[in-house]
Write a protein that binds this ligand. Structure first.
Ligand SMILES: *Cc1c(COP(=O)(O)O)cnc(C)c1O
Length: 370
């Protein structure tokens, strides 16, 4: 058997036919940019995520840049971020003219802690913090960090590129964030037929500014109130996701099942399967195992030899990227992100993975001897 790390082509019955028929309609009607389907998708997305405002844009990186700008982050402002995230989080801060300050994550939860945020805020006095929720989980101390940032006047932006559908204390993680962003890159939990992203907020003013920024700063067709750019969501992507959203609950059930199975059934002591904290409901984006920098390389070779796809998400800390040179304002690191980068391994957990595939992965992992 061969199990890929990810297979995005397991469409639901009838999905392909419906989407292509609707795309043909868009072409016939000349609805390429904008048009009714974008509005329909934004409304469906707002309802599904239980958010107050949901605005589609070109990709997940733009979503972070829009959120930073709309929430008032300006040139030379200091912005904190975790040392373990995808590079887009770091890039976005630099791209809006602000300065990234990196703080370390926990070796146990792989996320920021309230204590690490406090230390970063006290030391660097930042304007904003980007809290990143990885693996389809939520940072365990999200609610505490939200309260702390509010009390300390630190603008909190949440990068939920991997956390659509994730719940904390029974509520949609996206619903109560001041401003949150997501990505609809095809490999994400809700994937588009190309690049796309969204900004979510509880504030009318942030929603209004986001809408203006993503369409050339337009306040009317040829009147430009701000320096924005073009980050409009395309009609094909909106159409594809509007249809896919109808199956999102089923996708999450399948992904969560795979993650649960690995946590329950992988018994090889060389690997420690971990998951979100007790009050977090994961969306099943990634299955996460921790090894050590010493044990991981040979194990990954073994997976390759057995045709099991895997990920190392992410294989490098932000503060150690060559591109951080000359941009990083400061850091508080204890080497945790670097350790995680060299110890983490992710197993196949895509939507509609079969039980036979899961069983094969479990069996091979349990049979591994270092
Ligand atoms: C995917 C991802 C992004 C970037 O999204 P794009 O749509 O690829 O621009 C940003 N942050 C995190 C944590 C991601 O996983």
């Amino acid at each position: 058997m061969k199990v890929p790390f990810i297979d995005i082509l397991r469409y639901e019955n009838g999905f392909y036919e419906t989407v292509t028929a609707k795309t043909a309609e868009l072409i016939k009607n000349g609805h390429f940019v904008g048009g009714p389907v974008v509005g329909l998708f934004e409304t469906a997305l707002k309802d599904w995520t239980k958010t107050k405002f949901a605005l589609g844009c070109a990709n997940g990186t733009d979503a972070i840049q829009l959120a930073l700008r709309a929430a008032g982050v300006e040139k030379n402002d200091k912005v904190l971020l975790p040392d373990m995230t995808f590079w887009a989080t770091f890039e976005s801060i630099v791209n809006v003219g602000a300065v990234p300050y990196v703080i370390d994550v926990s070796k146990e939860t792989l996320h920021l802690t309230l204590a690490s945020v406090k230390e970063g805020v006290e030391k660097f006095k930042p304007k904003a913090l980007i809290l990143v929720h990885l693996y389809g989980w939520a940072c365990p101390e999200t609610l505490e960090i939200r309260k702390y940032c509010k009390d300390e006047n630190v603008t909190l932006i949440e990068d939920c590129a991997q956390a659509i559908g994730t719940k904390i204390k029974g509520e949609s993680l996206l619903a109560n964030a001041l401003v949150a962003t997501t990505s609809f890159y095809p490999a994400k939990v809700l994937g588009a037929s190309g690049d796309a992203g969204a900004v979510f907020t509880t504030e009318q003013k942030i929603a209004d500014t986001t809408k203006i920024l993503l369409n050339h700063g337009r306040i009317s067709h040829y009147e430009h109130g701000l320096i924005g750019w073009n980050s409009r969501l395309g009609a094909y992507e909106a159409n594809f996701m509007l249809e896919s959203l109808k199956h999102l609950d089923a996708k999450l059930v399948s992904r969560r099942h795979a993650c649960d199975e690995y946590r329950k059934k992988i018994k090889n002591p060389i690997i420690k399967m971990i998951g979100p904290s007790a009050d977090v409901w994961e969306n099943g984006y990634l299955s996460v195992g921790l090894m050590t920098p010493e044990t991981r390389p040979a194990f990954c070779e073994y997976l390759k030899a057995n045709d099991i796809g895997f990920g190392n998400i992410y294989p490098g800390a932000m503060s150690m990227q060559p591109g951080a040179n000359g941009h990083l304002g400061g850091k508080i690191t204890h080497g945790h992100a670097d350790w995680i980068a060299n110890s983490v391994v992710n197993f196949p957990a895509f939507a509609y993975i079969s039980q036979a595939e899961i069983d094969y992965v479990v069996e091979k992992i349990n049979a591994y001897k270092a």
